[in-house]
Design a protein around this ligand. Structure first.
Ligand SMILES: Cc1cc2nc3c(=O)[nH]c(=O)nc-3n(C[C@H](O)[C@H](O)[C@H](O)COP(=O)(O)O)c2cc1C
Length: 246
């Protein structure tokens, strides 16, 4: 009996040994087949699929902190709201234009300087007949012949927050239109650098800038400049930079 039992045990052990030997090669084969597929995969699909996954995940986790800052910024608006309104550049391009030439130039200056722009609008618009300089009896001619003429401005223009104003106008009979007199006399330009510019048929700016400065009695007036509409952006930029000390 003992012998039978020992034979059975021996057979069982033999069977166990054989089965364990049979499993080992199987695992090795799996590892060996897996290994080549891993080395070939990175060249083709693995890096492509792995890379985006990795970059998306950090991006999401990087975005997560970014979604948190809005909480502190949300608590900031009350401070911002309580601050007085400020102008982006502190520069205003202000112009009067009866037939559109000075407006064209003013628009370009404002765009180049990223400045605010505003128009001096006459309370009573100038008609074509008003501007007929061949007839000395027409409105514009009559105003230019009357040093005390002060044509009314339609709306008050706020200069609050500006440290520099590019002031544009056409030349009328060698001078700034009288509505410019109205503007400079009605506004306190203290602390503001005023840079006059003009358009004309051919006349230079003449003494019009000095005359406006004298009437204003305030403001730091720079020498004015007349531009043809053919002036290049480079020339304008250079003049803007010089005027603002940039
Ligand atoms: C009443 C009047 C007087 C003018 N006087 C002159 C002048 O003395 N010299 C000149 O070169 N151009 C003169 N011009 C032409 C304007 O200065 C020129 O067309 C200017 O670019 C017009 O600007 P605006 O279109 O912005 O009004 C005069 C124009 C008008 C309407």
């Amino acid at each position: 009996m003992k012998r039978i039992i020992s034979i059975i045990i021996a057979v069982l052990m033999l069977a166990l040994m054989m089965s364990s030997c049979a499993e080992q090669p199987a695992t090795q084969i799996e590892e060996n087949t897996a290994a080549p597929s891993v080395t070939s995969a990175p060249i083709t699909s693995a890096p492509i699929t792995a890379a985006p996954t990795k970059s998306v995940q950090p991006a999401q986790s990087a975005q997560a902190p970014e979604t948190e800052p809005p909480t502190p910024t949300e608590s900031e608006p009350p401070t911002e709201a309580s601050e007085p309104p400020t102008h982006k550049s502190g520069v205003l391009v202000l112009y009067f234009s009866a037939t559109g030439n000075t407006k064209l130039l003013a628009d370009r200056i404002a765009k180049l300087e990223k400045a605010d722009i505003a128009e001096i609008v006459p309370a009573q618009p100038y008609t074509a007949e008003d501007l007929n300089y061949h007839d000395p009896s027409t409105r514009a001619s009559a105003e230019q012949n009357d040093p005390s003429a002060r044509p009314a401005i339609a709306e008050e223009i706020s200069l609050e927050g500006y440290s520099a104003i590019f002031l544009g106008y056409p030349i009328w009979w060698g001078k700034a239109p009288r509505i410019l007199n109205t503007f400079v006399e009605a506004n306190d330009l203290t602390g503001i650098t005023v840079i006059p510019f003009c358009t004309s048929g051919s006349s230079d700016i003449g003494a019009s800038d000095d005359e406006l400065a004298a009437l204003a009695g305030s403001g730091n007036w720079l020498q004015g400049k007349r531009f043809a509409l053919s002036v290049t952006n480079e020339e304008l930029l250079s003049w803007i930079g010089d005027s603002l000390g940039e």
